[in-house]
Design a protein around this ligand. Sequence first.
Ligand code: CFM
Length: 539
Amino acid sequence: MAITEEKLGEILEVYPEKVRVNRRRHIVLKEPDTNAAQQIEANTRTLPGIITNRGCAFAGCKGVVVGPIKDMVHIVHGPVGCAFYTWGARRNKARAGEDGKNYVNYCFSTDMQESDIVFGGEKKLAKLIDETVEIFHPNAISIAATCPVGLIGDDISAVARAAEERHGIQVLAFQCEGYKGVSQSAGHHIANNLLMDKVIGNTEVEKCDEPYAVNLLGEYNIGGDGWEVERILKDIGYHVVCVMTGDGSYEDLRLAHTADLNLVQCHRSINYIAEMLEIKYGTPWLKVNFVGIKSTCDSLRAMAAYFGDKDLMQKTEDVIARETARIQPVIDQYRKVCEGKTAFCFVGGSRGHHYQGLFAEIGVETVLAGYEFAHRDDYEGREVIPSIKKDADSKNIPDLHVEADTKRFKIKIDPERLAKLREKFPFDEYKGMIVDMKEGTIIVDDLNHFETEEFIRLLHPDIVSSGIKDKYVIQKMGIPSKQLHSYDYSGPYAGFNGAVNFARDISMSFATPTWNYIVPPWKNQPLLNATINGDELNA
Ligand code: CFM
């Protein structure tokens, strides 16, 4: 059943009027004219009482952007629960580099107790830093502030400065208290600012000696995604200077200014660094998407076009031909199971868009999609950025002001050639999710649990891709639910091998006999109600 304004009205009817008006602004019914700009409200506070899937600023900073950097120790200054829930669950995998350092498997926390809240936790934090250096010898340390730290006023920056002097390594203090901002998105911004300010370029190294040097931004190696992307890039002949931040290292991050091109996978979490790298060092960025076969091929071709080298272009085509010939027959088999099915695709801030192409490649149509915490530009495209109104919450996170580095700024590509490439490829550009969605589909920002159930009842999707907070509610409704945050212990799903894994896992979701034991609610309800001569008819 397609969604109509009337049906939508019925779903929202139960809300009090103010809530109804608010929620309606977060929902878009895709209109036929794809050129007509459709506006959505995003990155504003979730209304009290609504059960949202969102996280907090601390989660976005420590859990998402900073946490995966493997040769640093990441200290959570706060209660142990904050540390635990931003540690293992995200599946950002890492292997030790040449120096043997990988602390991603450890969870570090000051484990604040009542007495620390009353008397302050600075001494405890300083002691933990000393012990950490003594036992683990990390290349650098991060301190992430949780809510109580901001409330009691512990000065983590002062503790960090003193520790830097004592130990001679960088200690970065992230003021990312959970309550700053409306979601984890605020934490991404805080993390981007400090990494840009203190880490990137903090080295004597001026240039990279390898050809085709790229940074991979916004790739967090969930389930090994980054490893599959790196496999492909290295096969073609690229040199990956650093990955931000999946399986990434502090040492590599310092060299990020030496790359010739920045690749942006997740626009939401890292666009700030991409922009600042361009201003400071003159490095353009390319919006890539390594989820889905076509998107992967498109991204590889855009990269090759940027470098403009004939051999590189040929190698790109060779790898694409070899990989697609290898995987397509396998995907085709799985497609037989999935063909004609429909999906909801609701994830955090970029995957709600990125996975739609991969779903389509296995024959699954996305009928509803959305983001937990994205901004309007992730829905409508970057051209709306100047028109996004600042509110008290967004003003809370200052923009870091950067200027061209007088010594290191370098034009990497002839501006005229870049302008030409822009006509064909998304350099410094992201057009957002809405433009890629079909007429009659629905886009929902900050989808909540009530609306999830109501849209499922109305649209009867065959699979819902979402997260742990709603997975089991959905499955109890008789619908397979695929976590696209953690991949349910599977993956990688990126690149060519990832596409095969995804096709296998999704077809398995459909093929399992489990669903014979659970009846979706609408299966017990008549699809048609009518009366003939006073008698009720149900069909
Ligand atoms: Fe970027 Fe992410 Fe996402 Fe994100 Fe996240 Fe994640 Fe995500 Mo979960 S950085 S916005 S804050 S792609 S943890 S790896 S899956 S919500 S869609």
